[in-house]
Design a protein around this ligand. Structure first.
Ligand SMILES: [Cu+2]
Length: 267
């Protein structure tokens, strides 16, 4: 028999299952019907999510207050209820309030916003520099900190794996053949540019979206706090295969990174 208690307990269980499901693994790629952020892996992305939550308080408070004022005005000042309009044209007290309150609100959102913005620009003694180049339609990566006996550096292209070659469990339109590999808990400098047209190197979990502009080097920094595989996509329309040049960043422990570098250098 269906009664309202059954329905409530069912909804409760469904909610618990959803919470459990969403907390048992990190979401480092987009999910179906996703509304929120992907799980952060860098201090910058944590900052972005916190700033969003801070702003949400002001957004909710202002929306509710303005809707309430608007509804009240429409209701009380309808011509059927208020045949003879007031002749009042100004009021000093209310004008001070509606000037000072928004100023304080703007300050309250500007201060944390600028703090985050400037913290993103800060370059903290990078241990590794990686050059990222956007091409029509793939990314290539250059690690010029290391050279082998023949004076060659690490340089490789990163192409999307087409749908027909995907292994079970791999993500459609998101996997690449050669991901960018970086160690965790290390300050990395990224130099981002393009070889042909505009592209944009963007990975949501890492809180990075940096334009790749031909003839210009953009700089950004990365500090990944946990191991994982992070997925992103080109985020500046760059031609017909714009949707088919994904980005994969593999964050590994330092020993694994060192052996990856050694393998790449001996290739
Ligand atoms: Cu693109």
């Amino acid at each position: 028999m269906i009664n309202k208690y059954n329905t409530i307990s069912f909804l409760g269980l469904a909610l618990l299952a959803q919470l459990f499901y969403s907390k048992t693994f990190f979401g480092d790629a987009a999910e179906d019907w996703q509304l929120g952020f992907q799980d952060p892996a860098t201090p910058i992305m944590e900052g972005i999510i916190n700033l969003h939550h801070d702003f949400m308080f002001f957004i909710c408070a202002i929306s509710i207050f303005v809707s309430w004022i608007l509804g009240r005005t429409l209701w009380h000042y309808h011509w059927t209820k208020n045949k003879y309009p007031s002749a009042m044209v100004h009021g000093t007290a209310i004008e001070i309030i509606w000037t000072v309150t928004p100023s304080i609100t703007l300050l309250a959102i500007a201060v944390p916003s600028f703090a985050l913005l400037y913290s993103m620009d800060e370059i903290i003694a990078p241990a590794i520099t990686i050059k990222t180049v956007g091409h029509q339609w793939y990314w290539s990566y250059e690690y010029s900190d290391y050279t082998n006996d023949d004076n060659e550096t690490i340089m490789f292209e990163s192409y999307m794996i087409p749908e027909e070659d995907l292994a079970l469990g791999q993500l459609r339109l998101l996997e690449v053949d050669n991901p960018m590999v970086i160690p965790v808990n290390t300050h990395v400098r990224l130099i981002i540019t393009a070889a042909d047209v505009l592209h944009s190197w963007a990975v949501p979990s890492l809180g990075i979206k940096c334009d790749a502009v031909p003839g210009r080097l953009n700089q950004s920094s990365l500090f990944i706090k946990r191991e994982g595989i992070f997925y992103g996509q080109c985020s500046e329309i760059c031609g017909v295969n714009h949707g088919f040049m994904p980005i994969v960043v593999e964050a590994v422990s330092l020993p694994n990174y060192i052996s990856w570098v050694a393998n790449k250098l001996s290739e």
